[in-house]
Design a protein. Structure first.
Length: 119
């Protein structure tokens, strides 16, 4: 019977069982495929609580998203509305304003909660 994961030992056991199940060719909606899905959810919940991933730095998030989308710095200047400020923003000399955060969120799909962080 599956139970919530409450400690490191149980976490490691769940990971080992997940690994074992993933090595098999499971049929959809089988007992073992359901077990794998539930174990994955339990492990994810445990890891979210005990090993949280910090949000990225806003400037690093912008640079990463620009690289992902193939956007140049001049295009970023167009998005921000100030070509001269883009270099100040990317170097950390100038902070993002609320209108800039809104534009970056809308046009680059960067979560607002990442962009509003103190940096």
């Amino acid at each position: 019977m599956l139970k919530p994961i409450k400690n490191k030992k149980q976490h490691e056991e769940a990971l080992a069982r997940i690994y074992t199940l993933m090595q098999k060719e499971l049929k959809v909606d089988s007992k073992e495929s359901d077990e794998l899905e539930i174990l994955s959810l339990l492990v994810n919940e445990y890891e979210t609580i005990h090993y949280p991933v910090p949000k990225p730095n806003p400037i690093e998030a912008i640079k990463f998203r620009m690289e992902q989308m193939g956007i140049s710095e001049s295009k970023l200047g167009d998005i921000l509305g100030f070509r001269s400020r883009k270099s100040e923003i990317l170097s950390g000399k100038r902070k993002l304003s609320l209108p800039m955060i809104r534009k970056l969120h809308e046009q680059l799909s960067i979560p607002a909660e990442v962009l509003i962080q103190i940096y």
